[in-house]
Design a protein around this ligand. Sequence first.
Ligand SMILES: Cc1cc2nc3c(=O)[nH]c(=O)nc-3n(C[C@H](O)[C@H](O)[C@H](O)COP(=O)(O)O)c2cc1C
Length: 321
Amino acid sequence: MKLAELKRGLSLPVIGAPMFLASGVDLVVAQCTHGVIGSFPALNARPAEELDRWLTEITERLRRFEAQTGRLAAPFAVNLIVHGSNARLDEDLATIVRHKVPLVITSLAAPDKVVEAVHGYGGMVFHDVIALRHAQKAAASGVDGLILVCAGAGGHGGRLSPFALTAEVRAFFDGAIVIGGAIADGRAVLATQALGADFAYIGTAFLATEESIAAPGHKQMVAESSAAEILYTPMFSGTHGNYLVPSMVAAGVDPQEAALAQPRKMDFGDGKPRPKVWKDIWGAGQGVGQIPAVVPTAQLIERLTREYDAARQALVPEMVL
Ligand SMILES: Cc1cc2nc3c(=O)[nH]c(=O)nc-3n(C[C@H](O)[C@H](O)[C@H](O)COP(=O)(O)O)c2cc1C
């Protein structure tokens, strides 16, 4: 598959980012039928046999949409965590190959065996990175795209500015570039294109939709919070991530202590008596202030499109002059 094919059926240059315990079948179908690439982490489909069922349902619903409307649905993606702690990796990869998933998003380790398997059926692989060194390694494994998870991103986001990282990556990589981190309005989507990216990567804004499977309290907290209530801390998984301060307070964690925590080996439950990351401590990016309410996915994409078009029209005359 070529990049142009991946962009077929899109009404906005956006990939809905995969979110643990938040992205599921309904969100992906809503994203793809409204012109945005939808995605989910394979680990959200539990147990492993569920992944097969999810992929069958998504494919059938998208086919039905195309038959009924005569319009193309956007492609979808599955996220694979390439890490020793992921005992399901081989089984999930085999399921993905069987279903010929158009786009696979890999996280953590360099994805050599995933690239080989996915290219084998004509799919594409995008790898997410927070630093130049990871980008170089992933590029060497032959990925088709790099997702630059920059400062302010929900979950395990990085700390680099997209202005810095995008320029450094573009200097050596000519595949697709995706920028993520605190993108929650159409103007910011347009800004990623100004930086030379092919897609904007949006997580948190899609978390606060009716179709997301996140806990209702998590969605509501996203809608009620602003950027100052996001804390970047390694306290909960060992590695730095952005989380909602009010969820820490509700779980009895002192945010001051979280702010001073030191990174350790990545773990998602090392037996220590601390609140569970994702389940009790809720992840979100700094874009929360642009998300005023929990809405249907269609309504969020309409808003992003309206803002994107308005920003483009406002900029173009100035650019011509
Ligand atoms: C609650 C939550 C869970 C996430 N889980 C995952 C995950 O399982 N795999 C992954 O690659 N990224 C995960 N992310 C990161 C997103 O894929 C993406 O990088 C990020 O949401 C983009 O920034 P934004 O939230 O500011 O839009 C998660 C983000 C959030 C907010």
